[in-house]
Design a protein around this ligand. Structure first.
Ligand code: ADP
Ligand code: MG
Length: 250
């Protein structure tokens, strides 16, 4: 059987695609010769320059690289937020580049959780409401969803701040709420873009420990960061991006 033949057997016509329907998921992420170019006036910027990468389920992958090297672009393509200009992008064995935005947004909610440098919480929603926000596709009622969100916040020791608005929380607490929100739909893959860059030592350490704990629980982690304490963690696969080209560090 050719490497990708079994993909033909998957029913992509369904409204939602539950990866648990797949008999066998082989790779969390597979990128084949991915390019992303931006047109900027007359200039063409190559943000990703032929990136190939295979990430297995349960891997803890860290990508570092200077500002402008393509980290956010790479993360957004894996997270089905952005589209590759060319190349193949498989996430949980699904070729996500081949589908329309409606499929991609559902896929994104089901399979990936995003953590950002500046937390990106909705400023008018409380901690628990922020965690409930991505649960919109669930068939559960609001009070069940609220209970689920509270459980996620309690898991990261934020049970005492449920009804606080983002501005009423410290930076570290906001990032913990963002981690609970990333876990809202129990995704297989957690994507983090410089998650500790805005945090002081102590709250940075708490976020590092939480990320490591998620990986120990089986989540696939893909983290863009310069944070040496994350890069040097045991078991981490470290890559470097330079001018859109990805290399593995050994
Ligand atoms: P990083 O996250 O490593 O700082 P980015 O992925 O944000 O890098 O950007 C990679 C390159 O692509 C940079 O040169 C940046 O200026 C360029 N770029 C990113 N987004 C756009 C865009 N929407 N339009 C034009 N150029 C962009
Ligand atoms: Mg960036």
């Amino acid at each position: 059987m050719a490497d990708d033949d079994y993909l033909d057997a998957i029913d992509y016509t369904k409204d939602t695609l539950d990866v648990e329907d797949f008999k066998e998921i082989r790779h969390a992420v597979k990128l084949q010769d991915v390019f992303r170019t931006y047109k900027f006036g007359k200039e063409e910027i190559t943000a990703l320059n032929g990136v190939s990468l295979v990430i297995n389920q349960g891997d803890f992958v860290v990508v570092s690289g200077k500002s402008g090297s393509g980290k956010t672009t790479l993360l957004n393509i894996i997270g089905a937020i952005d589209l590759a200009t060319s190349g193949r992008v498989f996430v949980m064995d699904v070729p996500i580049n081949d589908y329309d935005e409606s499929f991609r947004s559902t896929f994104r909610l089901d399979n990936t959780g995003f953590i950002f440098q500046s937390y990106n919480l909705v400023s008018t929603l409380t901690a628990v409401e922020n965690v409930m926000f991505p649960m919109q596709l669930s068939s559960k009622n609001q009070s069940e969803l609220r209970d689920d969100a509270i459980k996620l916040l309690e898991d990261i020791e934020m049970g005492h701040r449920l009804d606080h608005l983002p501005w009423q929380l410290s930076s570290g607490e906001q990032q913990r709420v963002a981690i609970a929100r990333a876990m809202a739909n129990d995704p297989a893959i957690i994507l983090a873009d410089e998650p500790t860059a805005n945090l002081d030592g102590e709250s940075g350490q708490m976020i590092r420990d939480l990320l490591a704990k998620l990986n120990e629980q089986g989540k696939t982690l893909i983290v863009m960061t310069h944070d040496e304490d994350i890069i040097n963690r045991k078991g981490v696969r470290h890559f470097t991006l330079k001018n859109g080209e990805l290399n593995q560090n050994v």
